[in-house]
Design a protein around this ligand. Sequence first.
Ligand code: FUL
Length: 520
Amino acid sequence: MRIERKSNSNAMVLQILPLLLIPPFLVSTPAQVHPPLPPNQPRNTCYRTNYAPPRIGATAMPSPGILLLAGLFAIPASPQGAAIVRPTPQQSAWQDLEYGMFCHFGPNTFHNLEWGDGAADPKTFYPTDFDANQWVAAAKAAGMKYLVVTAKHHDGFCLFQTKYTDYSVKSSPWRDGKGDVVKEVAEACHKQGLKFGFYLSPWDRHDPSYADSKKYDEHFMAQLTELLTNYGEVTEVWFDGAGGAGHVYNWDAYYSLVRKLQPHALIAICGPDIRWVGNEDGLAPATLDNLADRGEKKVWYPAECDVPIRSGWFWHTDNESSIKSLDHMLDIYHRSVGHGANLLLNVAPDRRGLIPDADIARLKELRAVIEANQAHNLVLNRPIRATNTVRSDASHSAAKAVDGDSRTWWAAEPGRTRARLEVDLGGMVTFNQAITAEMIECGQAVRSYTIEAWDGTKWREICRGTTIGHKKIDLFDDVTASKVRLSITSAGAATPAGPATPAGPELTIREFGVYYRPTK
Ligand code: FUL
């Protein structure tokens, strides 16, 4: 299949262009971990140093887990006095969503395009059987917890009713010009219990005002206002960084508008709350730090991996055969969610306005494998001991790390950078996977760890890793053992490249589990 992006001809350049257009300081790669922001940042970069997401207010929604943590937030610094960086409640709640569906839909769907130039006749947008509930049902059946829809892609066509351009669903014959894709998707999400988000491309290849940055800012913000007021709760606002080279955007104003109209929404990619992982393969590095430098400060900045299930972001007549294999998808899952990032998997609706059966089938297969692989935690509620524990009242005892309850956690004594949890398996047990999670609301502490198994005569190392963060999935060959232990070998506030320091966040383990994967 030939993916057409009209602005360029060189296929290679087209592949990497979106990446090149995102300022390098927003890109985190294993080789370049959170470089500091460059001084004198130009105004058209999609990031502002002076923006800190507000903490949740008294009227906010916190989950039971967050409420439980309220007392913890009262401790603002490590024993050594260094500020501890923690996620906002919205960020940690979003990290718990883990897996979401990205839906690219619009005129491109009807023209076999990836990047429309804004000239497609709106009458060609005509889904014959559009059903937002089917999209959401497909996402739920896949085990996804949120959905992000393209309200407007680079071609400028709006999938929602807007007063500010006719280049929208209003000018299409679909539902006699009265349809609103964003509305139906938002309602279906809210009804079926999925978190809702929208993608909005700042780059607009249709609107004449784009040539005048100030005028375009007004236009863009007017549409952003519509999206933030007419569609209920918005969890994620996805500002793409591709295209529009040289254009000056007033990012501060965009961010302020989101804060004002949807204070709990997270601003992603070209935004201060969620960062792009740095590639479109769905892969996070094995060492993934939730902290990033913002000017002089460190901030919590979790990563999202985005990748299409097929070869393109939009549906094409001839790309069904490119649906990724189950093995490939499982690998993506392990290297995104299993590395502590969120996975936003693009599944594009077709010209009927439905998620195709073939994609749904693959999503279900993936879910079935993940569930089978994580069905039985072999250390669940098994006897466990820790080399040290924060308090004597058992509220953060070692048992909390294997109780299967994500609201509880084991915590080491303050200032500890090494600790060990040892679990008695109660007989010889075979396993080949470990899943470990820190209680990130307390901050991210673990810098390195090993997992070892007792084979009856000695401890044998099964795997070792660096960061844990929100979740770490380790895969290894079958091991048969009567005891297993997790050793945190360094912890602290330093970046993975730097030395661990005790002046960091509390060392915690939210859950530790070992499993036997029938499917490898
Ligand atoms: C890129 C865009 O250019 C693609 O078309 C797609 O929307 C992807 C998610 O982001 O920057």
